[in-house]
Unconditional design. Structure first.
Ligand code: B4P
Length: 193
């Protein structure tokens, strides 16, 4: 079983590329952002809580996010592997994920980071905001807050995974197809799945 983390700043294309990767390598795709948005659309208690953070561009608290993630892994334990999209986003989330996977004889095999500069990210997010109805996409201050959250809480994961020799950066500029090909080439260069 192989498990990958898709890593990158807000809007770097994690969700976009996760669809292609999970299809080709038959990985179960877990997007914490999508799970929160599903809960919001169903007006659950978790959704209401998540919304109060997401709408401002902040991260949802770790204890809530980690519990939801563990349940999702348990419910899909027969999968060929997992593709974690947007998780982990803090050192606590990464530590808990490592310990949890270890307890069920699994591990993260690679963290693949999409690298895109902030000017391009702002333009992608504002563009999506015209149709997405996502409040966190529509306002430059909220978008900047998402970058601040990334810089304060998430970017330290680069060292965390580098120290484990599991960090693989990929150029995230270009067309969706070009980036997908770069990701396929990288994953195919690992030991056979
Ligand atoms: P996420 O749902 O993870 O979303 P994201 O960071 O905005 O975007 P992603 O990188 O997936 O980009 P996408 O493919 O959509 O997070 C949203 C919020 O949820 C967070 O801010 C936080 O509040 C909360 N949250 C989620 N996980 C959490 C966690 N673990 N802990 C705490 N809180 C958590 O692409 C963006 C846009 O660019 C799209 O419109 C796409 O079409 C376009 N695009 C993609 N690739 C492109 C390309 N090559 N060229 C041009 N446009 C492209």
């Amino acid at each position: 079983m192989k498990n990958f983390v898709l890593f990158g700043k807000p809007g770097s294309g994690k969700g976009t590329q996760a669809k292609h990767l999970s299809e080709k390598y038959e990985l179960y795709h877990i997007s914490t952002g999508d799970l929160f948005r599903k809960n919001i659309s169903q007006n659950t208690k978790l959704g209401l809580l998540a919304k109060s953070y997401m709408d401002k561009g902040g991260l949802v608290p770790d204890e809530v996010t980690i519990k939801m993630l563990e349940n999702e892994i348990k419910d899909n334990s027969k999968s060929r592997g997992f593709l974690f999209d947007g998780f982990p986003r803090t050192i606590d989330q990464a530590d808990t994920l490592d310990k949890y996977l270890h307890s069920i004889n699994m591990q993260i095999n690679a963290t693949i980071a999409l690298e895109v500069d902030e000017k391009e990210l702002i333009s992608r997010i504002i563009d999506r905001g015209k149709t997405s109805n996502r409040l966190d996409d529509q306002n430059i201050e909220k978008i900047k807050n998402r970058f601040n959250e990334y810089n304060k809480k998430t970017s330290t994961l680069i060292k965390y995974y580098k120290d484990q020799n599991k960090f693989f950066p990929v150029n995230g500029h270009g067309s969706v197809d070009e980036i997908t090909k770069r990701l396929f080439d990288l994953i195919d260069s690992f030991n056979p799945l």
